[in-house]
Design a protein around this ligand. Sequence first.
Ligand code: 5GP
Ligand code: ZN
Length: 114
Amino acid sequence: MADCLFCKIVQKKLPARIIYEDEHSLAFEDINPQAPLHVLVVPKKHIPTTLEITIEDNALVGHLFQVANRLAKERNIAERGFRLVMNTNPESGQTVYHIHLHVLGGRTMHWPPG
Ligand code: 5GP
Ligand code: ZN
């Protein structure tokens, strides 16, 4: 999608600190990290919010979790624990309308979230 920030990162039209890439997904460091590890895992396909995920996307969305798990293991936070977050629409705090899985770790998380 032409004016989507994360599509531009996927297409390498905007820079990002990319830490993983495959045919269907990209993972890069969040520009404003909220934890020692804060990575965003995005599908290369433009999906605006979780509400637009269809049955055709089931494998793709599962794949995002596989990538997140791999990164957590590589960064040695899998056993300690980490948090996966996907915000939907304004009250959740979603600001970029291309779905992305936040992978947050390296510190103790709090609950309930803010
Ligand atoms: P949301 O609030 O939509 O769940 O998450 C959007 C995330 O994207 C935020 O954590 C924000 O810091 C991050 N972000 C916004 N613009 C950029 C950017 O240009 N580059 C990178 N790497 N992250 C961004
Ligand atoms: Zn997009």
